[in-house]
Design a binder for this molecule. Structure first.
Ligand SMILES: [Zn+2]
Length: 416
């Protein structure tokens, strides 16, 4: 069985290479945006006639003509320009499938990336710390190869390499095809192997055993770091367009955001690895992150309520990286022969894990759950995690474990 994995390495391009990176990224962005414009015009012209549409293979054939009109495009590797059009195709596919909004133009500083799709033209010399790509070192003696940091051996067959800028640094995202063992005949699941996780705002991840995870890695809301970000955003809004100061602030802000994103990803990776290593079946609730993080602003005719409050909650949800958590946990469990079960989130925070009574009044504060029917008291997220686990057990056809066996009220153990 084969599986695709991606691994990311930090690049240390020299000055000339960085200039070249920017130039290629700029050309790819231009091709992407022109392709987008072409599709929009095409649709306007032919919207009445059915069955006529553009595909990236067709747009690809127009690239030579475009290069004649804009000769600087010929300096960029041809494959990278083609991949920009393929990215556009994927963006439209996602749009038509209802998974994403209408594709937006790519912007400088925000979308600086390009992809090399041909494995035959990619080589890695991990010992020397070199990445060899078309236009970068594919000549005698690897002259011009990109210096890189390899933290771990690159195993598997290389499929493609994407170069991307985040903040001040450049990274290579390497797509690998690896062989993995087919899991032995799936053993029946026992009740002890099923684990529930609740995703919260204060504590990012709470387990059904009362273990809270992830909160110690992230900076607290309202900390110096959050204030610094706000200051930078204000400074950017004040700076004059096109000024040197604006460019400087923008770079600082990008670096700040990139660091926040790295820390969030680090937290998710640590938490998901720990959970996947220790539990075979994990149950989480189905949270539609996109609609949960949508703005509550509404329209002019129908203004939304509690806009600022919702905006604050959105930041909190995005901060904890809920979407990525589910993706990575699913991948890690699959690699270990485990299973991720997703259950409905309805009323998990209002249901008593002890007697099953449902009442909004049982949720005394954000952290405290006290059942109005039986008096069971627990951390609200822990109570919810137990409910999520029980829903998973019911789906598997296993009766929930005896409710009285639960850890005592308020028993929250912190691991990281
Ligand atoms: Zn109760």
């Amino acid at each position: 069985m084969h599986r695709t994995l991606s691994t990311r390495i930090r690049l240390n391009p020299d000055l000339d290479q960085e200039v070249e990176f920017r130039r290629i990224a700029g050309s790819c962005r231009l091709v992407y945006n022109l392709g987008l414009e072409q599709r929009r015009d095409f649709w306007r012209q032919y919207r009445a006639t059915e069955g006529r549409h553009l595909h990236w293979m067709g747009q690809k054939k127009e690239l030579p003509a475009l290069k004649e009109a804009a000769p600087f495009l010929a300096d960029a590797p041809a494959h990278c320009l083609q991949m920009a059009l393929q990215d556009l195709q994927r963006a439209f596919d996602a749009f038509f499938a209802g998974r994403a909004g209408y594709p937006r133009p790519r912007k400088k500083f925000e979308n600086d990336s390009f992809r090399f799709p041909d494995p035959a033209q990619i080589r890695i010399d991990a010992k020397a710390g070199l990445l060899i790509l078309p236009k970068f070192g594919r000549s005698k003696g690897d002259h011009g190869a990109i210096r890189a940091v390899f933290h771990r051996p690159i195993r598997g067959k290389i499929r493609s390499v994407t170069i991307v800028r985040e903040g001040r640094h450049w990274y290579a995202s390497i797509l690998l095809q690896v062989r993995c063992k087919v899991p032995a005949e799936k053993a029946p699941v026992s009740i002890d192997e099923v684990y529930g996780v609740d995703r919260g705002v204060e504590v990012p991840f709470m387990g059904s055993d009362g273990v809270a995870r992830g909160h110690a890695i992230l900076p607290k809301p309202g900390s110096g770091e959050a204030k610094r970000r706000k200051r930078l955003e204000q400074a950017l809004a004040r700076a004059k367009k096109g000024s040197k100061r604006r460019a400087k602030v923008r770079l600082k802000l990008a670096a700040h955001r990139a660091r926040e994103a790295r820390r969030r990803k680090d937290m998710i990776e640590k938490v998901t690895t720990e959970i996947a290593n220790n539990h075979r079946v994990v149950v989480i609730e189905n949270l539609p992150v996109r609609s949960m993080t949508a703005s509550a602003r509404g329209t002019v005719e129908d203004p939304g309520a509690n806009v600022a409050q919702k905006a604050g909650l959105n930041t909190a949800i995005l901060d904890k990286g809920w979407g990525l958590f589910r993706i990575r946990l699913e991948q890690k469990l699959a690699a270990r022969g485990g299973l991720l079960i997703v259950v409905s989130a309805a009323f998990t925070s209002q249901t008593c894990a002890c007697c099953g009574h449902v009442s909004a009044e049982s949720r005394v504060t954000r952290d405290l759950f006290r059942c109005v029917s039986c008096g069971h008291e627990a951390h609200a997220d822990h109570n919810a995690a137990c409910n999520i686990r029980d829903r998973g057990l019911a789906l598997l056809g296993l009766a929930p474990s005896a409710r009285i066996e639960r850890p005592a009220a308020g028993a929250v153990v912190a691991v990281c």
